[in-house]
Design a protein around this ligand. Sequence first.
Ligand code: BG6
Length: 486
Amino acid sequence: MYRTSFPKGFPEGFLWGGATAANQIEGAWNVDGKGLSTAEVVQKAANRRELTLDGVTQASIQTAVADTGDRLYPKRRGIDFYHHYKEDIALFAEMGFKVYRFSIAWSRIFPDGDEAEPNEAGLAFYDRVLDELEHYGIQPLITLSHYEMPLALTEKYNGWAGREVIADFNRFTEVLFKRYKGRVRYWLTFNEINSGTWGFHETGAVDQGLPEDQQLQIRYQALHHQFVASAIATKQLHEIDPKAKIGSMLARMQTYAKTPDPLDVRAAQLEDEKNLFFTDVQARGVYPEYMNRYFAEHEIKIDMADNDEQILAQNPVDFLSFSYYMTTVTSHADQGDSLGNLAIGGRNPYLKASDWGWQIDPVGLRISLNEMWDRYRKPLFVVENGLGAVDQLEADGHVHDNYRIDYLRAHIQQMKEAVKDGVDLMGYTMWGPIDLISFSTSEMSKRYGFIYVDQDDEGNGSLKRYKKDSFFWYKKVIASNGDDLD
Ligand code: BG6
């Protein structure tokens, strides 16, 4: 539409807040009937640059199951949000959160994933969390699957590689939609769905040691099952609670060309297509041609049931969400130097990186927002963005984290530019407002929070919460609806 006036800043009602995941904060892994989840059998990394999540094998699962402690498995203890949720939500409210993104652990509700009836004690916990959020007028944004599933489904069907899991998942989603009808306006289906191409942590499918082509076959098949389950969940929600909205969730990682050589530009485009493939399916409801060609050339065959394509086509998501941490660089000749953990691809000489090698690129956020808006024309939501850093708790209880403020300020500024560019942006939930267990290394000392939690990598500490300098800064940002970023 032709227009001559432009927004000056964030729209009224912009959803400011923070995001967490059950397996990184809750703890209480073996209480109130909870079953063991896939996240709870992943050992912490010996070295913080090492990514061990996908080193899971049948043997390592057996070892983990026999181990009843949490020393090697920090996602079992989290930061004990299960018992601290009132205090933590009160702190979020003090910052002025409008929205809190969290996930529901499937294994709390269906301990083995395939019971006929849900576990009431598990549901009761989330009832209490919602009560608390309502008390402060904070909207919940719930992720249905954030890097975990009942381990029993891995044992029975090799996780999402088995088509049977679709029905189990959609029994879980139906229970939640019915129970929380009218109480939860925003839902997300699969967290960073594209990271299923890396394996177990997202798909729950054990495929270590297999040749790469077989791994790819398993992973893309598992992802197909998730696409279908996500579309069925979308249909369920629209029928059960027509006022609620449901979105997809992508780990957005823009790839730049290393040089203007058209071959490099094409290599970058290809990488970007492989990233956007997931939102293409979830927003448009069809498998794009470029991926069909990729599958054919890699001899990947997606096994589709008769009406899968129809289910996908009829149930696109309402909005698109994504996490944004970094960008990367590629060339047709090489894949560049490898950086730190999760930092795939090459170095960009124009960018600095975090201590974990994640290249910090605020302008890239504006670029991504504009590209995704142009491509889909659906509302967007930045549901993760933040800086993992080592923080120092001073003797007086303060944490001076100016580096975190600088990081967030720069990204929010670029987000504001995107809004002025005309992007329809629903909100921003930074990751993670309170220190939590790292997804990729399971360490505690990679901290993201506005709130410091006294716990070390071994699980020692009082779990006491402290407000960092960034806490007071974010409070001001929210109070001014993003105008005051100083
Ligand atoms: C995203 C995940 O990949 O990045 C989160 O959705 C995760 O679960 C976040 O915690 C940061 O990653 P890490 O490895 O630094 O915890």
